[in-house]
Design a binder for this molecule. Sequence first.
Ligand code: IPM
Ligand code: MG
Length: 358
Amino acid sequence: MQEYHIAVIPGDGIGQEVCPEGLKVLNTAAEVSGSFRLHYDFFPWGCEYYLQKGEMMPAGGLKTLQSFDAIYFGAVGFPNVPDHISLRGLRLPICQGFEQYANIRPSLLLPGIPGALRNKKVGDIDFIVVRENTEGEYAGAGGRAHRGLPIEVAVETSIFSRVGVERIIRYAFKLARSRPRKRLANVTKSNAQQHTLTFWDEIFAEVGKEYPDITTERVLVDAMAARFVLKPESLDVVVASNLFADILTDLGGAICGSLGLAPSANLNPERHYPSMFEPVHGSAPDIFGQGIANPIGMIWSGALMLDFLGETRAANLIVAAISAVTGEGRLLPPDLGGSASTQQLGDAIAARLRDLAG
Ligand code: IPM
Ligand code: MG
């Protein structure tokens, strides 16, 4: 029996509500597989923790997490703590400290979900955004001077290293190679960002020489935003910098019906450190406490986790169970026009998973 040790950080807001549903489905997947077991350690880190202890996670937090096979993460941020503190105190240190440089964000139109676009059917939207996850516009380099004076200035420098750019582009090429259409779109804005993103484009061209079987294209980020809406069926794998992919993946979630559906994986592909799996949506303070948050993004992120751990069959079963439940259309959460509760959906997906494994 394969054993996996998972660090669970439900975090803030609806992270706490969707996490139990994710675990419910993961447990069901383990049970029906009969070939692996999941062990969880829970960490109460986040904004509440910060208000009590003055830090989002304890000083040795990363060291504690390092021994786990994976991290299952809900959401971070709440109005009672400034965003830059909560983000820079928990999620970013994990992504950067564990070199989770590949943030994988699939956009897949599920059956039974109308989506936001007219005339799109299942199969028309099926692409993956590969987001650079450790540097770029999120590097945190910069500062403020002359605070409070009329001459006050703020500088935030994006940082692109050869190592950082090369590894994310290579990851994207490999991912494109594993998919039937073998297409990769490189998104930059090198007509305006003349230093960093021309550098990125050059590296893309260099690495591309090693992958002659992949069809590539270069698309400016503004044009890509329009393409997500007008012609998503033309996309397979899309690689972009930290901020560009952040923006594009909200749009990617929206065209598939709701941000509440979108899963993500923060991968350290070399497996030197644990990887982290979390829904794309945030802590959603506006709906927290009502039991109506959509748990699908969290449940689907659990599938990405199992897939990365090598439990591909179980991962596929979870996605099939999600599709079966949305396809039936009886139980949908409020963000998809239904009235099912977070828990009802978790129960339904777990039950469906059992049937499918049957
Ligand atoms: C995301 C989120 C975060 C990000 C926020 C909460 C800082 O938007 O994961 O896409 O920009 O990385
Ligand atoms: Mg975002």
